[in-house]
Design a protein around this ligand. Structure first.
Ligand code: NAP
Length: 249
């Protein structure tokens, strides 16, 4: 990267929650943040753009479904055309559609795997070529503590997050010769929209499993992402970094 070029960071699912925190943490004068989201007329996305700009950075959001190959390809083509490079990809977009496995509808399985796992694969494919050409890149996949522990009622989500760990390790091996690192971050129980709807009973049961006795904040995760995305993490690849208050050790 030449000294005058700005670092280009792409965060999927960056309109709120952990993704927004990552955009904010990365925001500085020398970074251009791009993010996507899925909701029509997203006020969250506008708010994220504003917050990043207030923090002295620049962020552009686009409505792009990560499960659509065509939308993903157009999104990255546009970024590469505008900036000439992509330095960091954070595959953060994710959803849940919970239910006991024996009763789980096939469409819930397909939807969660399509967004959480195939979405990360499509985005990784889209950035691999420009990153290989520039001989530098950082790819970070957002898995989950349940991807290594399992969780009743989340067979589809857990399968997608465990799959992301396999994708991380394979991509790390394939892309290492071109100076690209690929790692995964596995958050535990983080205070976002995704966990906001859980009943108090479920929250209490989850917290009972956390030695530090509290939920994590999106900023706790964003800090680790920022480190893995930095030059300082150049000798780390194919790893899963846990941010879970000790829930899994
Ligand atoms: P969140 O607040 O629900 O945010 C999810 C983000 O993903 C939103 O920006 C959402 O945009 C976007 N998104 C959803 N479907 C998409 C699609 N098809 N295409 C593009 N973007 C899409 O969730 P969060 O808690 O911040 O979670 C972020 C990541 O961390 C997820 O991968 C999640 O599995 C993982 N994680 C979270 C926790 C936790 O406790 N919160 C724990 C472990 C792992 P719209 O709102 O526009 O749909």
């Amino acid at each position: 990267m030449t000294n005058d070029a700005k670092r280009v960071v792409v965060v999927t699912g960056g309109s709120r929650g952990i993704g927004r925190s990552i955009g904010l943490r990365m925001a500085d004068l020398n970074t251009r943040v791009y993010f996507n989201y899925s909701a029509a007329d997203s006020t969250d996305a506008e708010e994220t753009e504003r917050l990043v700009e207030d923090a002295g950075g620049s962020a552009k959001g686009a409505r792009v479904d990560v499960a659509s190959r065509q939308e993903v390809q157009e999104f990255f083509n546009h970024i590469v055309k505008e900036c000439g490079r992509v330095d960091v990809l954070v595959n953060n977009a994710g959803i849940t559609e919970d239910g006991l496995m024996v009763r789980m509808k096939e469409e819930y399985w397909d939807r969660v795997l399509g967004i959480n796992l195939k979405g990360a694969f499509l985005c990784t494919q889209a950035v691999a070529k420009p990153m290989m050409k520039q001989r530098f890149g950082r790819i970070i996949n957002m898995t989950s503590v349940v991807g290594v522990m399992g969780n009743a009622g989340q067979a589809n989500y857990v399968a997608s997050k465990a799959g992301l760990i396999g994708l991380t390790k394979s991509a790390a091996r394939e892309l290492a010769p071109r100076g690209i690192t690929v790692n995964a971050v596995a958050p535990g129980f983080i205070d976002t929209h995704m966990t906001a709807d859980l009943s108090e009973k479920v929250k209490e049961a989850m917290l009972a499993q956390v030695p530090l006795g509290m939920m994590g904040q999106p900023e706790d995760v964003a800090e680790v992402i920022a480190f893995l995305a930095s030059e300082k993490a150049s000798y780390i690849t194919g790893q899963v970094i846990h941010v879970n208050g000790g829930m899994y050790m």
